[in-house]
Write a protein that binds this ligand. Sequence first.
Ligand SMILES: [Zn+2]
Ligand SMILES: [Zn+2]
Length: 138
Amino acid sequence: MTEIFEGGCACGALRYKIPGDPVMQNHCQCRDCQQISGTGHGSYLTFARREQVALTGKATEWHTAGDSGNQKTRGFCPTCGSPVYLTFAAQPDLFVIHAASLDDPASFTPQISVYASRSHAWDPIAEDLPKFDRMPPG
Ligand SMILES: [Zn+2]
Ligand SMILES: [Zn+2]
């Protein structure tokens, strides 16, 4: 049976429903994720088949460039401001959601943490989680 991941923003205006398993679950301690989350890191689930994502409600999107120079698009709710999703121009099939936007945030199982080079002492990540200074190779 395929698991369905459901969630949305804090006010409920923006919702998603995604069947299938995430291909990656990670924390990111980069500066962008700190500013967007308002704390030390972002926590994400990445899904490989964007066409399976059912999104309802209207997101506001804005664009930024990653370290690689590739464009990232971030979607948030214009009413409550919650960050909800992230997509990449260079990998259009990927759809990334913020872990805390899940209706059941406990279903987030982080596998790695990236951009440890930008981390702060006040934001420790679980010791047993593999950490990368930037993005992991490949
Ligand atoms: Zn909202
Ligand atoms: Zn980041």
